[in-house]
Design a protein around this ligand. Structure first.
Ligand code: TRP
Length: 332
């Protein structure tokens, strides 16, 4: 390991991973694992905070997400994978952190506030959902994580995490390092319908596990410019999902600029730009799809990777909790 920094990141296993995750996976986790000690956690407990009544859904997606991870090139020889629910110390640490955060502070967290609105939880939000930033801080600090690759929507969660770390260290002694968020340089990918965020629950996602045909269908039904009816009509590029994807995935920036000009002038059809995007995505996704299918032949092995990583985190977590108990005078 070149650095003593520790990277921790994770996902809620609410569905297989999609194109919106891919850039972060490739530009961050696949790269960071060569430089740092990296943990990737499957956040099944956090997933239950907004899927209380769907334990089956979470359960069945844990190994789907593992397949996505290994298929994109997160390497089990370099990265330690683990599952949140098998580290009870995370829950224990969460309880200890609860006293360091006010309920008002939780209510004001912009990430949580937005999610509460999106999910229509205003009057019905559970204590578990409201306090997920605390449990996420425990996820990170249980391995003494110092760097966390996240989307910009998660920045307030990291900020709140650092408030907890500082309070803890001030009151009980210096146990935890501060956490640094690592932002991806790529803008967030919109859904195929043009909505701000790609997500399984909004039905606007292209999954890494989608077949070539399904990807092609989804691109063909992408939101473009509703006023662009005939090929000869001038079209709008802003908010046009196909161009937003080309901006992110097409390595040939000059050609994309030319295509945009042509589209704005008129004379360039949606089908032409969609075909281009399909070819690009196929090039990107087909090696991932192939590797995913290979791993899927032996699910026992995939599960074994997850369990082996989890076992090694159990040791780290027990060590951290011993330190926490000593510093909090709970070491009877
Ligand atoms: N909240 C993150 C998400 O929804 C998932 C997550 C859980 C996470 N624990 C984490 C991310 C710890 C980074 C670090 O995407």
């Amino acid at each position: 390991m070149l650095h003593k920094d520790i990277v921790l990141t994770g996902d809620r296993p609410t569905g297989p991973l999609h194109l919106g995750h891919l850039v972060g996976l490739l530009q961050q986790r696949v790269v960071l694992q060569n430089v740092y000690k990296q943990y990737v956690m499957i956040a099944d407990i956090q997933a239950l905070t907004d899927n209380v009544e769907n334990p089956e859904k979470i359960r069945s997606n844990v190994l789907e997400v593992m397949l996505d991870y290994v298929a994109v090139g997160i390497d089990p020889a370099k990265t330690t994978f683990f599952i949140q629910s098998m580290i009870p110390e995370i829950a224990e640490l969460t309880v200890l952190y609860l006293n360091l955060v006010t309920v008002n502070r939780l209510r004001r967290n912009p990430t949580v506030k937005t999610e509460i609105q999106q999910k229509g939880y205003e009057e019905t939000v559970t204590a578990g959902f409201l306090m997920y930033p605390i449990s996420q801080t425990a996820d990170i600090t249980i391995v003494k994580g110092t760097k966390v690759p996240v989307g910009d929507d998660q920045l307030p969660v990291i900020e709140q995490g650092n408030e907890i770390v500082r309070s803890f260290n001030r009151i009980y002694g210096p146990v935890f390092p501060e956490i640094q968020a690592l932002l991806s340089s790529t803008p967030r990918l919109p859904g195929t319908d043009g909505k701000a965020k790609m997500s399984k629950s909004m039905g606007n996602a292209i999954f890494l596990s989608d077949s070539a045909n399904v990807v092609a269908q989804k691109v063909m039904s992408m939101y473009t410019d509703p006023g662009h009816i005939h090929v000869a009509d001038p079209g709008t590029v802003e908010g046009n999902v196909v161009f937003m994807y080309l901006d992110i995935f097409d390595p040939n920036k000059d050609e994309v600029t030319q295509l945009k000009e042509h589209y704005q002038r008129g004379g360039l059809g949606d089908v032409t730009i969609k075909r281009r995007l399909i070819t690009l995505l196929d090039g990107l996704l087909s090696p991932i799809r192939k590797k995913r299918l290979e791993y899927a032949q032996d699910m026992a092995h995939v599960k074994q990777i997850l369990l082996a990583g989890t076992q090694s985190v159990q040791e780290v977590a027990a060590h951290t909790m011993r330190e926490v108990r000593v510093s909090m005078k709970l070491d009877y």
